[in-house]
Design a protein around this ligand. Sequence first.
Ligand code: NIG
Ligand code: FE
Length: 377
Amino acid sequence: MGSVDVVLAAGRVQAIGPGARAGAPEGAEIVDCTGLLVLPGLIDAHTHAVWAGTRLGDFVRRQGGASYASILEGGGGIHTSVAATRAADEATLLALARARLAPMLALGVTTVEVKSGYGLTTEAEARLLRVARAAAGPLRVEPTFLGAHTIPRDRDRADYLDELCGPMMAACAPLATAVDVYCDRGAFTLAEADRILRAGRAHGLAVKAHAEQVEFTGVAALAAGLGALSCDHLERIDDAGITAMAAAGSVAVLLPGAMLYLRDPSPPVARLREAGVRMAVATDLNPGSSPLGDLWTAATLACLTMGLSPEEALAGITANAALALGLPDRGHLRPGAVADVALYRPPPGELADARVLVQYMGGHRAERVYIDGVRVG
Ligand code: NIG
Ligand code: FE
């Protein structure tokens, strides 16, 4: 057999397979994959990568028996990160975000969704979305507006909701591709989530939700009914939520980091699978519930703690993650796909089978990375 090639031209995959270079157009990039595992550039479909400050105190308290929700309701948790993030200047936030995204690129991640949510004023949320976009570098960032992360301590609830659905949405929608809401204990109610997601949709944003994580609220069914691209977490989703997600084609974004750190039960993967709901896997990188930036580790944890097959985990960090972001031409290597590619050397002595990268936990640095057909790592 000749070399296995991927031919990239005009920002797209032109051909893939043994000897594919034979028909390559003039000026194409020929990626020789001999001896390497070739995958579409990985996609992390859920992160909160822009924040300042530490949450070590929360971690210590949770290890001492305090719950995530009680810390949040007591003014810690997300509020701690909001205070530190508001106090940081833009250059500091940008440097921190870049320092979190650069190692992702080294692991072969080429698209990252980044949420705002640690500003919670119109100006501070817009600033986080600007920082998320500026932090991209060669990596592709999909910014999501999460002004609905929680109600800030210094605001009246009704006033904050009015600002969130009015001027804040108007200022942030042009900087984001999706709107997200944390509908849960210590955050927003189902009725509030409905109003927030509808306001985002009216501004042309795709719909997402942090759903059924700490407590069941019914927001997965609500968001699916609004045409959500994804409902994320889902540890406590019910059958009606699963049915609604299947009908809407909403992707289930599974976040094993948060599940483990908060010692939550697994989302009902068998029922999601049976209903035909597509599953993505993401890091949920954030300082509180999931201080985890390694998407490969998340993929392995999704197998070990949730029961995904290695094939499902691979689809979860590629094609299904792309669908969770509304980007169907990423996350696969068929001709016509966006030319984002990552190449890996299998672990020593291992098979040339991408599933070994899920079997061995984490830290798989890519040998080569291409974005838009251009080598970037
Ligand atoms: O995805 N649960 C809500 N939001 C994040 C956590 C954010 C934080 O704790 O700072 C999550 O788990
Ligand atoms: Fe999250």
